[in-house]
Design a protein around this ligand. Sequence first.
Ligand SMILES: [Zn+2]
Ligand SMILES: [Zn+2]
Length: 280
Amino acid sequence: MNWHDWILANEVSIRLSFFFGIFAAVALWEVLAPRRVLMLSRGGRWSSNLGLVVLNSVVLRLLFPAAAVGVAALAEQQGWGLLNLYRLPDLFTVVIAVVALDFVIWLQHVMVHAIPLFWRLHRVHHADLDYDLTTGARFHPLEIILSMLIKFAAILVLGPPVLAVVIFEVLLNATSMFNHGNIRIPERIDRVLRLFLVTPDMHRVHHSVHAPLTNSNFGFNLPWWDRLFGTYVAQPPEGHVAMEIGLADLRDPKQVDRLPGMLLLPFVRQLGEYTINRRW
Ligand SMILES: [Zn+2]
Ligand SMILES: [Zn+2]
């Protein structure tokens, strides 16, 4: 069995091992050097946020058993997609594919903020009243399905190698837990780190209750897209400790931090003060 088949056969265990390893590391970091005092108790919030993770994994497994790597393998076999048409050195292809997929995710993130119907789904991620590594994993199942379909389309157009898709998914999962971490990183280090990686302080700005800040820092992995397209905000004006997290019009913990409320959130009639085109 070559490495290509090995990745396809072990995709789930590779991703699960990274998930648990990085989860444990960031969770420990949160205990040792927390950035903010959490508003709610961990028990209830974590079981709801992680409950959503389990639910999403089951939904994805049932709907798309071949997953993104399966689509990449199919594209490779059929010669579909740009990177399968133009043969470049392997390493170069993997780097281009990972960066391009990250850009697609960035565009998708801007889109789910801009389109009211999709904002209904994405609100579930933003409604969390606290900000820690489990926030990084909470997405409504319908948004997860939407993301997967967009990823499939991107893979068919791009034709990334299977290895690049696995690297990208592991990276996205890892950086999402890291940059939602309630962890303190010295400002000097953060400044250097955020030249090539979205840091917790950078992404936390995106979780502010203030709409113009919610409309900034859309990046998950690479911080460059926000700087390039003018959506970068360096720090929250109130500071990281005092800033309020969540959505201004959804403040009931029973609704936004308990699983049934979170699942129903997209269907709540009022859309709140919608954020598109708003500035300070
Ligand atoms: Zn967002
Ligand atoms: Zn987030």
